[in-house]
Unconditional design. Structure first.
Length: 425
RNA sequence: GCGAUCGUAGCUCAGUUGGUUAGAGCGCCGGUUUGUGGUACCGGAGGUCGCGGGUUCGAACCCCGUCGAUCGCCCCA
């Protein structure tokens, strides 16, 4: 006897009510994206490593230490996708999707990041994703965010707010970054160890440090607003006024920066409100949906300058907020009380299922306990098929939940073939 | 990568200061009762106590390592 292999760390097997919640998130996303006319796209789960390293940025945590990379048999370095955006951008360029631009794309599926697992964080996790490529107007940002907001409402998620910021255009962002480095460098010795490191690698991140030692200096740090060009400022104003017009509630988050290099202008996250029920369910993983504008990304992959904006949301995190969804009860349970009726029962369930009624057959195990077993599934209708003592067929039809779909049709179809005594219906 | 807590039947958990063949409930399988019924009773299968070392006359219990889970840091969805 060999040992049973274990699942890979950070992967999960999802079943039952949790799987239903997962499916509910995906189904709702599919429904909403069609309302907004986002088109479905499917991309490979792995790409050449450079697709991600060039697009996301070599110095980011994702690229520098979280990628699942390996050499294939031809010696080429490949990587399991850690996010959707880079792969979508590559697909856009390699397939000439410019011809469809501006194009609204939606996808969902598994992603891989080598991280320490914890609540709401896995090594193989799943996201839904929406992107608008080839649209440089603030209207695109507004539509994308309205869709995200709409989706959360359709999912019934409460207590989550859109946190919105602008990073300005490339020049604004660089000027701001330089000012921040200068500001924090003066007090470098008093910063936390983490932030001293961030000062070199990713100074913007110091702004949302949780360490008290850093927060003292964050308050009077240079503000992005002071570095915005007129164009960048007008862009952001157009986004916020558009959101107001669309009825999307938002809050300005001056210190919100996104980790990846490619973001420009709009950056946003949907975050549970402090102390809300949603915040409690998520633990320390607070962001459920995040994204922004990435006007520089296509060029980093060798394409023509192409404005784009997008977001992604963790399906597992959304599913946690949605809560476990009960699996639907079976509509009709058919019990074979006597093995001689097995073929009749098979005929009955196949007829009912073809009518579009969910049906379960109980014909195994002790005949005596089949009825009880069927009872426990709490069916809408319980049909038993038995033999009388004289050997003639006998069946009954017990309704426990009158409102199941197609009940009258099902009863009519059933009784056209098998008699049911009046006293059992 | 760092820190904390935790790993005993399929599931939820007991297991007294280290002391005989490791238990319960639920679930599963079978039987009896009931006999148009989600009942009750009886029985059964199922555990190398995560794994590997060590201490001890003796380890589920103490120590070390390892794997995994959970929670937090970092980072992110």
């Amino acid at each position: 006897m060999s040992k049973t292999p274990q699942a890979i760390r950070g992967t999960q097997d999802i079943f039952g009510a949790d799987a239903e919640a997962f499916a509910f998130v995906v189904e709702t996303f599919e429904r909403v994206r069609k309302l907004y006319r986002f088109r479905r796209a499917e991309m490979p789960v792995f790409e050449k490593t450079e697709v991600f390293s060039r697009a996301i940025g070599e110095t980011t945590d994702v690229v520098s230490k979280e990628m699942y990379s390996f050499d294939d048999r031809g010696g080429e370095s490949l990587t399991l996708r850690p996010e959707f955006t880079a792969g979508i951008a590559r697909a856009f360029l390699s397939n000439g999707w410019q011809q469809h631009a501006p194009v609204k794309l939606a996808t969902h599926g598994p992603l891989f990041r080598y991280e320490r697992p914890q609540k709401g964080r896995y090594r193989q996790f799943h996201q839904i994703d929406a992107e608008i490529i080839g649209a440089g107007e603030p209207q695109a940002d507004v539509e994308l965010l309205a869709m995200a907001d709409h989706l959360l409402k359709e999912l019934g998620i409460e207590g989550v707010t859109l946190h919105l910021n602008t990073l300005g255009d490339g020049d604004s962002r660089e000027a701001w970054r330089a000012a921040l480095v200068e500001h924090f460098r003066e007090v470098k010795d008093e910063l936390s160890e983490d932030s001293q490191e961030r000062l070199e690698k990713n100074p913007l991140r110091i702004l949302d440090s949780k360490d008290r030692r850093d927060q003292r200096f964050v308050a009077d740090a240079p503000k992005i607003d002071d570095f915005l060009t007129d164009e960048a400022k007008a862009f952001f104003d157009a986004v916020t006024s558009g959101l107001d017009a669309a009825g999307v509630k938002w809050t300005r988050a001056e210190s919100l920066v996104r980790g990846l290099d490619y973001y420009r202008h709009t950056a946003f996250e949907f975050i549970p409100d402090e102390g809300s029920e949603a915040a409690g369910k998520l633990g320390s993983q607070s962001t459920i949906l995040g994204g922004g504008r990435y006007d520089g990304l296509m060029e980093s992959l060798g394409g023509a300058p192409t404005p784009a904006v997008g977001w992604a949301a963790g399906i597992e995190r959304l599913a946690m907020l949605v809560g476990a969804q009960e699996e639907k009860r079976v509509e009709i349970a058919v019990v074979v009380e006597n093995s001689a009726r097995e073929h009749d029962a098979i005929a009955a369930v196949s007829m009912l299922r073809r009518m579009g009624i969910s049906t379960e057959l109980f014909a195994t195990g002790s005949p005596r306990k089949r009825y009880d077993k069927a009872r426990k599934t709490d069916p809408g209708v319980l049909v038993s098929m038995d033999l009388r003592e004289d050997g003639t067929a006998r069946q009954n039809w017990v309704v426990t939940l009158p409102e199941i779909t197609l009940q009258d049709e099902a009863f009519a179809a059933f009784t056209s073939r098998w008699d049911i005594p009046d006293d059992t219906y």
